[in-house]
Design a protein around this ligand. Structure first.
Ligand code: NAG
Length: 225
């Protein structure tokens, strides 16, 4: 699905805050996706037939089929449940952080540590065509997408993963940005939007924040639960 990478490249050159503004999938997307799926199924079936000993390059990027449950731990009160009934989203947010609402074109909701503004969690969303139903429309090679995003951020890619939670495909990236920021980023498509959730801290504070941030990222779903 290299076809979509230029779009991603283009989008990633704009500000992080609005990284996915203006993305609309080109019309061949659904048929491309369908072809890709049938290709994958074909490979998977073939591999199953031969006992999985043959490795096809495209198989390494097969979509996850196992559900990863939504994170529900509140870490003894460090996290609190937040539901936005208007936008239809749920997340475990850091308790006691400042919350900011909707700066148009920048973000939907942002939480910021009271003391250190470099510690923040931000949700943004951008409409996509109704035919774009999964983040895989951006490309199916999550590692390649991560490398691409890392280059645009002047960052080192620490992690690139995909998971299925509540039936939604999420891409999750971890970056060590050259300006000393450590960032987790998750992307998904739902309800006609690309949802982007990012969590920033300093490289120095990352070891202290890692568990909290992973739980925040793991708790987010763009629907009310
Ligand atoms: C997160 O960090 C990046 C890199 O420094 C920065 O561009 C971005 O604006 C930060 N996000 C927020 C919400 O401050």
């Amino acid at each position: 699905m290299k076809f979509f990478l230029p779009i991603l490249t283009l989008a990633a050159t704009v500000s992080t805050a609005n990284a996915f503004a203006g993305i609309s999938s080109p019309s061949p997307s659904s048929s491309e996706a369908t072809n890709a799926i049938s290709r994958r199924e074909t490979f998977a079936k073939t591999a199953a037939l031969v006992g999985g000993v043959i490795s096809f390059p495209s198989l390494s990027n097969a979509m996850p089929t196992d559900e990863t449950p939504r994170t529900v731990t509140r870490m003894g009160g460090l996290l609190e449940k937040f539901a936005d009934t208007q936008r239809g989203l749920s997340i475990l947010a850091p308790s006691g952080w400042n919350k900011f609402e909707g700066e148009v074109g920048a973000y939907d909701i942002k939480w910021q540590d009271l003391v250190d503004q470099k510690e923040n969690v931000k949700i943004s969303s951008t409409p996509v065509k109704s035919t774009t139903v999964s983040i895989s429309a951006l490309g199916e090679d999550v590692q390649a997408i991560g490398s691409n995003l890392a280059a645009k951020r002047n960052a080192k890619l620490m992690k690139a993963e995909e998971r299925l939670t509540d039936g939604i495909l999420f891409y999750v990236f971890e970056f060590a940005i050259n300006d000393g920021t450590h960032q987790l980023l998750s992307l998904c498509v739902s309800k006609g939007k690309i949802w982007s959730l990012d969590a920033n801290t300093t490289e120095k504070r990352w070891p202290k924040r890692e568990e909290l941030y992973n739980n925040i990222i793991g708790s987010f779903v763009p629907r009310l639960v």
